[in-house]
Design a protein. Structure first.
Length: 99
């Protein structure tokens, strides 16, 4: 999140100071990101344990380029990609858990 903020790709502003943090619109998105990270960590540990190499992006710019390309391949706008990635991630996570 910090890296995205530094690149000015993500910025949260609390314009609803009368609301509690759990009542804010973006709280659900942050929880989804946290859940996705936990699944990625689990998948990564299982792959390492089983000698499966995972490739990662060399830098954040390469990551954004891959996301942009993925959006084009799926025919989805960038703001809808997280849902698609999350579905795929959950499917992979569930598959690994049942092995």
């Amino acid at each position: 999140m910090n890296e995205l903020g530094k690149m000015q790709e993500l910025h949260f502003i609390n314009c609803n100071q009368e609301l509690q943090p759990h009542e804010l619109n973006y709280t659900y998105d942050i929880k989804n990101c946290d859940s996705a990270l936990k699944k990625i960590d689990y998948i990564e540990k299982q792959n390492t344990k089983n000698g499966i190499e995972m490739k990662s992006c060399e830098n954040i710019e390469q990551f954004f380029e891959k996301i942009k390309n993925l959006g084009g391949e799926l025919g989805k706008a960038n703001n809808l990609l997280f849902n698609e990635i999350s579905k795929d991630l959950t499917s992979t996570f569930n598959h690994i858990k049942t092995q």
